[in-house]
Design a protein around this ligand. Sequence first.
Ligand SMILES: *[C@@H]1O[C@H](CO)[C@@H](O)[C@H](O)[C@H]1NC(C)=O
Ligand SMILES: *[C@@H]1O[C@H](CO)[C@@H](O)[C@H](O)[C@H]1NC(C)=O
Ligand SMILES: [Zn+2]
Length: 328
Amino acid sequence: MGLLLQSLLITATATRVFASCAYGTFLQPRATEGEEVPVSNFGYIGNIADTDSQGPLNWAALESPANSACATGTRQSPIDMTEGVFQLVEGSDIQVQVNDMPEGAEFENLGTTVEVITQGGTLVSGGKQFELQQFHFHLPSEHLDNGTSQAMEMHMVWQSAEQEIAVIGMYINVADGGAVANGTAPAAKRDLNHNSRFFRRQAAAPPAATAPTNVLETIFSVVDQISTPGTKVKTPPLVMSEVVDVIKANALQTYSGSLTTPPCSEGVAWHVSTAKLSVSPATFVRAANVIGFNSRFPQNTPGQPNILMISALGSAAAAVAASGAVPA
Ligand SMILES: *[C@@H]1O[C@H](CO)[C@@H](O)[C@H](O)[C@H]1NC(C)=O
Ligand SMILES: *[C@@H]1O[C@H](CO)[C@@H](O)[C@H](O)[C@H]1NC(C)=O
Ligand SMILES: [Zn+2]
């Protein structure tokens, strides 16, 4: 709670509008109808020695003190999701609902990500209720799945009436070239015909990592129309139940972390699904050509010092060693 308040105070001092993972929440309200899609002032490339760099090592310096949590926060995201850093919550222990978008949805290129503006959805988790604002994509994944990077990660961003933020993260894999698009294996189909409850549950399980997720295929079918930052396009109709069913049917790894983009505000309720979505190889290439690289480096274990603070001590020690002041 203290951390959340602190982040809110930090955020309140931000002077410039920029788009991040929190775009469309109270932290960065969406541009009103007719206004242009804002393009982010931060980036992912560049080292700390280059003071013009907009990369993650310089996020705190880009906007001071608004972004200071990026360099000093001790519960920063993303992290390596290893045993012990998260609590498992069953999908059936949260309530999640997302409205379909039969007329399609606005799909924007914010420069740092591509984002779908949603049209309603509710998450109840930990006794709190949140409303869905948007979802967007990172490439490669920001969280690591027990040490392993995944092809992409989708972030569904939710906000409560008390202005708290929850994010559902879903890894996205690249499907096998030969996979069918609807993800139902012939064997499972046959079993479903037996009408047994057991096989019904099997059938509701997430598509194998090899089967492309239809709604992702639909969204990315138009991504090349927003290859220029600041542009937007309308997607074809989106059926969200496909993703919601996967979330509900599988456990989620939860922990309290931060936004993975400036201002890196903490107090974010992370829910990383243990199930994965997929896109076809061709769709992955289409998405990668527009998104490029937009993944913050893994942060320290929650509760441990910020990696950039440790690294600053390391560079100081290296400088001393290089000066010859300290015997090797
Ligand atoms: C995570 O990886 C380690 C080895 O690096 C392994 O021992 C452990 O079982 C894995 N945990 C899960 C949940 O897969
Ligand atoms: C679903 O997969 C089956 C093969 O398992 C295929 O015959 C069918 O056409 C597919 N349906 C769609 C909508 O892709
Ligand atoms: Zn994000």
